[in-house]
Design a protein around this ligand. Structure first.
Ligand code: ADP
Ligand code: MG
Length: 248
């Protein structure tokens, strides 16, 4: 395992340099998978923009290519054709190390299955991504507490994950995604393991966090009941993306 207590490699770009109105732009992006000797095109000529400071929903049925799209947006996977710029930078020219560093500084993740660390407390889970950021223990603790308070969990700091509900775990994951003050938070089906009332709460909490921390969110879902009319919509069917724009 990497020594996470060491500060990450410094990128030669300062975050304040990014003044574009778009967080990300896709141009002519194609992604193919090789399967048993044939090629399957999972994303077909995708063109879209993710505006800064808004919630963008990527909405489409299971298997339509949502996760494939997010993997390229977060530089976990590279396209076969096209261009992707993230915070004004062409991501396809980045080395793997640069991409990893860029991701840890600028992107927060929220997953369907929470992906928290069971042996750590609520607060320790939120402190964890800060280990790469060269902060003191006190600073890490204060930041974690600040974001846990924002998501309504200030009375749960020392709890083990086994002693909180699924909705509360997703709140921990939202605090963890925000604690590094990323430009973009990416959530892949964040409520798929929650009941419908809790799903609504979590979607509303993300709206509130967007306003409070002026962060951009990209949220994938197959459930149209979760879309909120303050967001923007990218519709995806069979790998074909349609940038619909504002939902209002
Ligand atoms: P969604 O997230 O919308 O459910 P995915 O992006 O996971 O869709 O998948 C889109 C399509 O690509 C599906 O048909 C899926 O089976 C296929 N797919 C996803 N990942 C891989 C992979 N690693 N290898 C081959 N096919 C894949
Ligand atoms: Mg998926």
């Amino acid at each position: 395992m990497n020594d996470l207590s060491q500060p990450a490699i410094k990128l030669p770009i300062a975050p304040q340099k990014y003044v574009d109105e778009n967080i990300a732009v896709f141009r002519g992006v194609v992604k193919k998978y090789n399967m048993d000797g044939y090629q399957f095109t999972a994303i077909k000529d995708a063109n879209c923009a993710i505006p800064r400071g808004e919630i963008t929903y990527v909405y489409g049925p299971s298997g339509s290519g949502k996760t494939t799209f997010l993997n390229m947006l977060s530089m976990l996977d590279k396209p076969d054709a096209g261009e992707i710029s993230l915070l004004g930078k062409d991501v396809l020219t980045m080395s793997d190390n640069e991409a990893a560093d860029f991701r840890s500084r600028h992107i927060g993740f929220i997953f369907q299955s929470f992906n928290l660390i069971p042996v750590l407390s609520v607060r320790e889970n939120v402190e964890f991504p800060l280990l790469r950021h060269g902060l003191s223990r006190k600073e890490r603790r204060e930041k974690a507490e600040h974001y846990l308070e924002a998501v309504g969990l200030k009375d749960y700091l020392g709890r083990r994950l086994g002693a909180i509900s699924g909705g509360q775990r997703q709140r921990v994951a939202i605090a963890r995604a925000l604690v590094t003050t990323p430009s973009l938070v990416i959530a892949d089906e964040p409520t798929a393991n929650l009941d419908s009332a809790t799903s609504d709460e979590i979607m509303n909490l993300m709206l509130e966090m967007r306003r409070k921390f002026d962060t951009s969110f990209v949220i994938c879902t197959h459930n149209e009941n979760l879309l909120r009319d303050t967001g923007r919509l990218i519709h995806i069917v069979d790998g074909e993306l349609q940038d619909i724009g504002g939902l209002q």
